[in-house]
Design a protein around this ligand. Structure first.
Ligand code: ZN
Ligand code: ZN
Length: 349
């Protein structure tokens, strides 16, 4: 692996990564991967939709001798704006196709069609059911009645042209890139397995573009899938843990994630994350010896800072993560709803 300059890393075998900044975000940047094919360069993810990010992406491509107009296709690991944000602009300037898993395309379509007021109503309903206190709900109600509804992120996200079908090879001339469905972080997250020998001869079976599913130093956010129209009791944490095991079994030589840096030993990292989640679930069970609402559980869970210092929007995400953990524990028969509680409290069994 060679660092050509700050923004471009050459991974060998016709694969490069570009650092595309995410404005005002501690993650710093998205690693957009460029994959050479016989019909032109293909991007794996595109980066945040922001003028500076666009400049970095196009400068990075130029450093590789690639004009944006030459991009042949865009493969998206998942719909989040730090991955899919610039896809529409790249397509406009190049005519490239965009491919995404159907479950995330459904999220893009729903977000594009959604009415901010209906979304605020959904959020208020959901937070009330989770046991959020009045002072947390009041700003939502005020925004709703005062018509101060900021636009939702993702309203302008690009609709894909192609569906990524799990288990199938993508139609890329001269390359073997197979989609592996890895739901959990989002319902349609995919990893992309480059089934070609490692260019530096690292032992193992090819390389994996892992998106946000498998990162070297971060445990990705697992919340609820947040579909206001779907009453199915999904189990995103269960999906994520299954997806991790699926990735661990591939035996890849190297992982090319969408944040941080490339790393070997996917199976080792998978084990660490499985252990981390096992510990976390055990910790939550200990908290649930007393009946708690999802909100109360979130307040008591361990985060990267004390609850009092967690900003408003991040608390909503934290509660969603607490609920995902409760669903897993209920599904495993380790916790249950306390009958007659409103909002519903859960207790370890
Ligand atoms: Zn993400
Ligand atoms: Zn991300």
């Amino acid at each position: 692996m060679r660092q050509a300059n700050d923004r471009v890393t050459e991974h060998g075998g016709g694969v490069w990564s570009l650092r595309v900044p995410i404005p005002d975000n501690p993650l710093g940047h998205t690693l957009v991967h460029v994959l050479d094919t016989d019909r032109g360069p293909v991007l794996v993810d595109t980066g945040w939709d922001d003028p500076d990010s666009w400049t970095e992406l196009t400068d990075g491509l130029r450093a590789l001798g690639i004009g944006v107009s030459e991009i042949h296709g865009i493969v998206i690991t998942h719909h989040h704006p730090d991955h899919h944000g610039l896809s529409g602009r790249v397509r406009e300037e190049s005519g490239a196709w965009i491919a995404m898993h159907a479950a995330d395309t459904a999220v893009v379509r729903r977000t594009r069609d959604s009415d901010p007021a209906a979304w605020l109503d959904y959020l208020a309903r959901k937070l009330t059911a989770a046991g959020a206190p009045e002072e947390h709900l009041a700003p939502l109600r005020a925004a709703r009645s005062g018509g101060r509804m900021r636009t939702l992120p993702g309203l302008g996200a690009a609709l894909p042209d192609w569906e990524i079908v799990p288990g199938e090879l993508l139609d890329l001339a001269g390359r073997r890139l197979r989609a592996v469905w890895t739901p959990g972080h989002t319902p349609g997250h995919v990893c992309l397995h480059l089934e070609e020998e490692h260019p530096a001869g690292l032992p193992g079976h090819g390389r994996l573009f892992s998106g946000d599913h498998l990162l070297p130093g971060i445990s990705p956010h697992i919340g609820l899938y947040e579909d206001p129209d779907d009453a199915t009791v999904t189990d995103p944490l269960g999906d994520y843990l299954d997806s991790l095991e699926r990735i661990g079994r591939l035996g890849v030589a190297e992982v090319l994630p969408a944040h941080q840096h490339a790393f070997p030993d996917a199976a080792g990292r998978v084990r660490e994350l499985l252990d981390h989640h096992e510990d976390r679930l055990a910790g939550l069970l200990a908290l649930l010896t007393t009946p708690l609402t999802p909100w109360q559980l979130a307040e008591r869970m361990e985060w990267n800072r004390p609850w009092d210092h967690i900003p408003y929007g991040s608390r909503n995400i934290a509660v969603s993560e607490a609920e995902a953990h409760i669903r897993r524990l209920v599904k495993l028969g380790r916790a249950e709803a306390v009958t007659g509680t409103e909002p519903v409290a859960y207790v370890a069994v």
